[in-house]
Write a new protein. Sequence first.
Length: 371
Amino acid sequence: MNPFRLLFFRTRMLLCHPAFLFLLLLIPVVALINGAAGPVEEKDDTIAAAFCICSPDLSESRYFEDDEEGEPPSREYREDMEKLRDALCNSDSVFRFIPYDSLAEARALVAAEEIECAYLIPEDLFEQLLDGKKKNLIQVLSSPKSTMIPVISEEVYALIFRQLTPSLLNDYLKEESAIAELIPEVITEEEISSLHDTNLHNGSTFAIEFDNAPEDYVIRKQSVLLSPLKGLFALLILLAGFTGALTYYRAAEHPIYAKLSVRIVMILSPMLLAALPVLLCMIVLPGIPGVEHSIPGLALELLRIVLYQLLCLVFLLLLTALIRSRSLIYAFLPVYLLSCLIFSPIFVNAGQFIPFLGKLSWFFLPTYFLL
C-alpha cells in the first residue's frame, strides 16, 4: 500500500472522528485558558522603594530647591546629593526608586505597605564615607512583611559606591600613589575623573556582561500565565501520537496493516494534524514565552516542532515494538503523560532544586521540546 495514499486517507478519517477533533480543539482552548486571549498586559510591576535626602541627624528632609531669598539650603552637599538622586531615579533595574521630600509621607507609605521600603539618606553621606565612617549612616524604613530589603539595599549601595569611587581614586592618587607629586600640577583632578569614567564604561575594568539581557524589567502577568504553554503543546502532540499508536494496535490485527510503513503513518498522521493548531497558536497569539514573532523566529519554531515530532515518532515506534499488548499501552499512557507533567519543566523546573530530577527529566519527551 502506498504510504502517502494511506497518510491521506488516515488524515481524512481523523478529521471525521469526534474524539480526535476534540483533541485538536483542546489545543487552542488550552492557550486561551492560560491567558493568551486579549491584548498583552503592560502593567508595570517593578518594586517601588522610596528615598529621602535628610539632614545629618535624619530628623528632617532637605529640599534641593532655592528658598525665598534664592539661597539653596545645604549648598556644600547639594551637588553630590543631586547626582545620587538622579542615579536612583534613573536606575535601570527591577527596583523603582521614588524621591520624597516629606519624611511623614514616606513613613506613611511604608506603614500602609504601598512601597517596599524607604531609605533616609543624610545629606553629608559622602563626606562621612570619605572620613572613614561606614556604619549606621543610612536608615531603612520597612514593614515587617517586607522580604526584599537586602536585595534593594545592594542596589542602593552599588549606586552610592559608583558615585564615591572618583573621590576615592583622587584621594588615593594625591596621598598614597607613586604619582602623588604630579597632582594637580601635571594631572588635574578633572582629568582623573574623566579617565575614571572612560575606563569604567569601555570594558577595560572588571565587569559582568549579560547576553540576551531584557531591555526592560516589566513583569507581565500574561507572560507568567503563558509560561507553561509550550510544554502543554508538546504534551498534546505526544498524546496525539499515542492515539495513533493505539489505533495501530487495532489495525495490526489484519496482516495487511502489520507493516512498519503502516505503523509510521498511523502514528505520524495525528501528530501532523495536532501540530497545525499548535503552530497557528504560536503565530496568532502574542506573549508566548520563548516564541519570537518574526519570520526567522517562527521558522525556528516550525523546525523545532518537526524535530520533536520525529523524536516522538521514534519513541512510539520503539514502544510499540517492545510492548505488543494493547492493554499494557493503555496502562502505560496515563502514567507516562502524568510523569511528563511532573518531571518535565512544563510548570516548574525541579532540576534547579534537585539535580536528580533534572537528570530524570530527560526520559520524558516534552523536555526536549523546551530546550
